[in-house]
Design a protein around this ligand. Structure first.
Ligand code: ATP
Ligand code: MG
Length: 442
């Protein structure tokens, strides 16, 4: 399956600058994998037998800008027309005593050494226009068979660096590949080595895993590797015994499978499956209603806590938490229900995310609710106080003392607009404000 890979022009310049000085320079890793799969590579990485000092001389001679980004690891970043290319000296695998970072960096003059330190066969191929594809570990065959397979002994590779465990799951999900048997076994055996990986890296890989195009593949992997994935969420708390077990995890997988690839929605689906059992209580039962609201609040809080523990961006944690809290609410498919939905969500994006979640839950009337929400938004239904036709400054001008009461007054007006008791227009809101004030002073 020998194929030429088309370098973008910047990449050609970088490779040429090294080649004219007699050095080897290969595109390597993700860009080769993606090119062979017919996907556009996100970035181009190169590997070379030149040292960073030798690279600098070559780039200077070719008038290519470079930045010293990771010289200790043998990496220089070449910059051509604002595009950046990481070029790294061949390296050999050294020992890992902490389960994550090599003890020292050892450079090599041999491409084979460099390829053998890479994680998976599909990521361990190199390409240069003259040499063609260098594939020492059967990467092309695995690519054709849609297989994630560790380079060398999977167990040893996951023991060396726990991050590879998450990467294996991420590539299996994103590429929609199977995980080769021994590699899969080693994922189970070495799962505890994930504890040596920083939460930031785990969060980043987990996010990419969850964002795979096909939610069904994410769900399959959740079912195949609960022992690897569940402890990431339930790191140290007591809930692990309850929620981690069977049915909650299965609920989460089922829900994730039905969601489109939106990060907040996928995370929300995961947490809704884990925490928020659908309510069986009958409508109108006050105690059941209160218990239901409490469970929703608990689920929203737990989701927020877990994401913050994983060092998720605050914004994502809030978005997910809000979705989890709303996942167990119901909005009737009426103009009023749509306005309540809009106000509860707070933004157009959150409305569409919540509706994605409702679809995944198999709720009735989602399409109607969506159409109504669009209609109500177009009619000026407010998502948040920002959209209210009257502002704090207006109330001050109308004689209200500045202070915290302004906020509660605005909230009160907002509520009345949502409930349809007053139009979202300045004059109408002013009148209502005056009637409230005269009511109070009477
Ligand atoms: P993408 O850029 O789409 O995430 P990628 O394969 O390029 O995929 P990078 O994280 O950019 O992934 O890494 C570039 C290459 O470096 C990989 O293809 C792989 O060969 C190697 N690599 C990255 N991380 C590891 C690791 N933890 N252990 C071994 N090799 C790794
Ligand atoms: Mg890459």
């Amino acid at each position: 399956m020998e194929q030429a890979i088309a370098y973008p022009s910047g990449a050609q310049e970088v490779a040429h600058a090294l080649a004219v000085a007699g050095f080897e320079c290969f595109a390597v890793g993700g860009c080769v994998r993606d090119s062979l799969m017919g996907r556009a590579p996100a970035d181009w990485d190169f590997t070379t037998n030149a040292t960073t000092d030798e690279m600098k001389r070559c780039f200077d001679a070719a008038h290519i800008h470079w930045a010293s980004t990771g010289e200790r690891h043998g990496t220089l970043t070449a910059i051509v027309a604002e595009e950046t290319f990481e070029v790294t000296t061949y390296r050999v695998e050294s020992s890992y005593s902490d389960g994550r970072h090599p003890d020292k960096v050892i450079f090599s003059r041999t491409l084979g050494d460099d390829l053998s330190r890479r994680d998976f066969t599909v990521n361990a191929m190199a390409y240069a226009p003259k040499a063609g594809i260098v594939d020492l570990f059967g990467g092309q065959a695995d690519l054709m068979n849609h297989m994630v397979r560790a380079v060398g002994c999977a167990h040893e590779r996951f023991e060396e660096d726990g991050l590879r465990i998450m990467r294996a799951l991420r590539f299996a999900a994103v590429l929609d590949f199977a995980i080769e048997l021994k590699t899969a076994q080693a994922l189970h055996e070495c799962r505890e080595n994930l504890s040596h990986v920083s939460v930031e890296r785990i969060f980043s890989e987990l996010s990419r895993f969850l964002l795979a195009e096909d939610g069904k593949r994410v769900a399959e992997l959740m079912r195949e590797f609960p022992d690897v994935l569940a402890p990431i969420l339930f790191s140290d708390d007591a809930m692990s015994t309850n929620e981690q077990n069977g049915s909650a995890w299965e609920n989460a997988a089922t829900l994730v499978a039905k969601t489109p690839p939106d990060l907040a929605v996928r995370f929300a689906a995961l947490f809704v499956g884990l925490f928020a059992q659908r309510d069986t209580a009958s409508q109108g039962d006050e105690t059941a209603h209160a218990a239901h609201a409490e469970r929703a609040a608990h689920a929203a809080c737990a989701a927020h806590d877990m994401l913050r523990k994983l060092k998720s961006p605050k914004r994502l944690a809030s978005e997910v938490s809000r979705l989890v809290g709303l996942a167990s609410r119901s909005f009737t498919p009426t103009a009023l229900g749509a306005r309540r939905l809009i106000a509860a969500c707070g933004s157009e994006a959150a409305v569409s995310q919540l509706l994605m979640l409702y679809r995944a839950q198999g709720r009735a009337h989602v399409e109607e609710l969506e159409a109504l929400a669009r209609e109500q938004a177009a009619l000026g239904a407010p998502f948040s106080l920002k959209d209210l036709a009257i502002k704090g400054d207006d109330l001050i001008q109308l004689g209200m003392p500045s202070g915290s009461e302004i906020g509660s007054c605005l909230n009160g007006l907002f509520e009345q607009v949502v409930e349809g008791n007053v139009a979202n227009e300045k004059s109408a809101l002013r009148s209502l404000f005056f009637s409230w004030r005269s009511g109070i002073s009477r």
